[in-house]
Write a protein of this length. Structure first.
Ligand SMILES: Nc1ncnc2c1ncn2[C@@H]1O[C@H](COP(=O)(O)OP(=O)(O)OP(=O)(O)O)[C@@H](O)[C@H]1O
Length: 283
């Protein structure tokens, strides 16, 4: 299913979304009047402390849950419609790979299972399409997995498993790719190389991405925009546009520009956390 919106119109638009859950102590306001706009082809990260509603927001955008109030639109469709049209890809925290298939088999599986949907998505993506997503071997090689195509998940490190899950998500050519802390379980070195490989593939495919993370450095390195959330109730505390040139590289991690962006995000988080700060009420 293609989207004819102008490229600068929000491709993902969350408007005034509220979501509550019952809890033992009453009601949890997981999301309180949240707005989020993601233009097509942008990489947007959502960062915030545990419990501020990041995963809830992602589930609403994925069409897995409905907001209690407000709206979620993916290219003028409801999230549920976009999900039914297979416009949305999801990379969870824990890669759900099929243990009896090798790396290549895992990436090719959904394409085989859903041939008509794959053909439809490819026709829809045709004008802007790079051949990379339709070539699982090339995709896996770019993600550093060219030597392990025939290994099964049990024979892979955690980082390799997660990159296989990312390759599978890109291979389905979703219009929006949602990633929920995909690198959180990785050690720092593995995480850094996985970030670079993801950036390399994204740079070519330019899929619209919403990426949840706890890492400020990761959010800045990867994103065009970082959305900072605060908890109790879950809300948007601020938005930081990342003006760093692309393609990005790890040398950036030590640059003054990078530190400046990180500092701005830390300030927003700090204000949102400090109950004595008058700015908290305005967040
Ligand atoms: N299905 C649910 N039932 C009850 N409460 C829920 C449910 N899902 C989320 N919550 C509550 O909503 C709030 C937001 O949860 P959510 O998982 O979205 O936060 P998060 O920012 O993703 O947290 P983390 O960074 O720890 O993953 C939390 O207080 C959580 O306990």
């Amino acid at each position: 299913m293609s989207c004819q919106e102008p490229s600068e119109a929000p491709f993902v638009a969350v408007h005034d979304a509220c979501k509550t859950y019952p809890s033992a102590d009453g009601t949890v306001h997981a999301l309180d009047h949240v707005d989020l706009q993601v233009p097509r082809g942008r990489f947007v990260s959502v960062i915030g402390p545990s419990g501020c509603g990041k995963s809830t927001l992602l589930r609403l955008v994925a069409g897995l849950e409905e907001p209690d109030g407000g709206q979620v639109r993916i290219c003028s469709r409801s999230a549920a419609e976009a999900r039914a049209d297979k416009m949305i890809g999801f990379v969870p925290q824990v890669p759900a790979l099929l243990p009896w298939l090798d790396v290549l088999g895992n990436v090719r599986l959904l394409e085989k299972v859903n041939r008509s949907g794959t053909a439809r998505r490819r026709r829809a993506a045709a004008p802007a399409r790079s051949g990379l997503a339709s070539d699982p071997v090339a995709l896996l090689t770019r993600l550093g997995l060219g030597d392990v195509l025939n290994r099964r998940p049990g024979q892979l490190s955690g980082g390799m498993q997660q990159r296989t899950a990312i390759a599978r998500a890109f291979a389905l050519e979703p219009q929006v790719l949602l990633m929920d802390e995909p690198f959180s379980a990785l050690d720092e070195f593995t995480r850094e190389s996985a970030q670079l490989q993801l950036l390399d593939v994204w740079q070519e495919l330019r899929t619209t991405v919403v990426f949840v993370t706890h890492s400020i450095a990761e959010a800045v390195l990867l994103s065009d925009t970082v959305v900072v959330m605060a908890a109790r109730p879950g809300r948007i505390a601020g938005v930081v546009d990342v003006g760093l040139d692309r393609p990005r590289h790890h040398g950036l991690l030590d640059s003054a520009d990078m530190h400046d962006h990180e500092h701005r995000i830390r300030e927003i988080l700090g204000r949102a956390w400090d109950p004595l700060d008058p700015a908290r009420g305005a967040a």
